[in-house]
Design a protein around this ligand. Structure first.
Ligand SMILES: [Zn+2]
Length: 300
């Protein structure tokens, strides 16, 4: 059986049955560098996107369906950042940030979410096509980092006591990012009606304290396998199970056929206006910066 290296570009699920808790731990390295490549983001935006991708991997690995998609989208008003989108499909991650370069130059060194996003909110969408399940929750972008926002999302939107920690650090040429999510699910991993969830269940504070003891440098230490990390946190528990690891990779789903089909939907005069001096229509994918050159004759 092939074993997945549990050090980087991987998400691992954990359950602690006797505490009715489940968790996800993820660490991302080369996948972050691949997503950031060719965008020329300043370090602050790189860090933010590294954390956002880590959160996307944590939430995406909660999906039960392999075809399920998780989308994280920040929408903002008056912020330095006006759009941030990340998504997850079967371990494939992508994301991008649109921001105001001039205003970012004046930002403080460790800006809180409010400074970056203004009056922004974070929309989290779980999409599971087979079960025909689509669920979106929205939470204000408040707190120190995206981990805080995700934690309030679970508390407010889903009434699930949760703890979320994210960290990202640039080491030499590459990024290392890590995240942890633990939740109290009294009805177990599959979950029944969550209306009976008690926010003050006695087992939860115990799990939250142990999970919360993780240090940022442990999350980002690419030499520390995730199962060792789980052991460090929970070795005194009666039983801790891990789920099959999910390898993470950069995945963009843009393709020239799709781009052509979108252009075809425009009226003829608008399509003509898209043609550049070089006689082709140029379309860039916002996620991966791939540039498509479309022959106008192909989209009539
Ligand atoms: Zn793309």
């Amino acid at each position: 059986m092939p074993t997945t290296e549990l050090t980087t570009d991987v998400a691992l699920g954990v359950t602690i049955p006797s505490r009715d808790a489940r968790g996800r731990i993820a660490r991302l390295g080369p996948v972050v560098d691949a997503v950031l490549a060719n965008h020329g983001y300043p370090p602050l935006i790189e860090r933010l996107l590294a954390e956002a991708l880590t959160l996307t991997a944590l939430l995406g690995s909660l999906l039960k369906e392999r075809e399920g998609q998780l989308t994280l989208q920040a929408q903002t008003q008056g912020g330095i950042i006006d759009l941030m989108v990340c998504d997850y499909l079967g371990g494939a991650l992508r994301g991008y940030v649109r921001y105001d370069r001039e205003r970012l130059a004046d930002a403080s060194r460790n800006p809180a979410l409010k400074e970056l996003f203004g009056d922004g909110y974070l929309a989290i969408t779980f999409d599971q096509p087979q079960a025909n399940e689509r669920y979106q929750g929205i939470v204000p972008l408040e707190g120190k980092n995206l981990g805080d926002a995700a934690q309030s999302y679970f508390a407010q939107s889903e009434q699930i006591p949760s703890i979320v920690r994210l960290a990202a650090e640039k080491r030499g040429e590459g990024w290392s990012a890590g995240g942890l999510l633990f939740q109290h699910l009294p009805e177990g991993e599959e979950g029944r009606d969550r209306i009976h969830t008690r926010l003050d269940h006695p087992d939860w504070p115990h799990v939250a304290v142990l999970a919360g003891s993780i240090k940022p440098e442990e999350l980002t230490d690419s030499g520390l396998p995730l199962d060792d990390l789980v052991w460090r946190l929970f070795h005194e528990e009666d039983e801790v199970r891990t789920l099959p690891a999910i390898p993470l990779a950069k995945g963009c789903r843009c393709d020239p056929d799709y781009v052509r089909s979108v252009i075809r939907r425009f009226p003829a005069e608008e399509r003509e206006a898209m043609v550049g001096d070089d006689g082709v229509i140029r379309v860039d994918c916002a996620f991966c910066s791939t540039s498509f050159s479309i022959d106008p004759g192909e989209v009539v």
